[in-house]
Design a protein around this ligand. Structure first.
Ligand SMILES: [Zn+2]
Length: 42
């Protein structure tokens, strides 16, 4: 059990997590937009 968390490390971890989530959503968004464009063209 961790009794204490270093605020710096927690912030860094949160930033890394947020960055990962943002990158993932960007990828999904790009994929969805491409799929929608193909659907509209066909
Ligand atoms: Zn730390």
């Amino acid at each position: 059990m961790r009794a204490w968390e270093c605020p710096n490390c927690v912030n860094m971890n949160n930033r890394d997590l947020n960055a990962s989530i943002n990158i993932m959503f960007e990828g999904v968004k790009m994929y969805m937009e491409r799929e929608l464009t193909e659907l509209q063209l066909n």
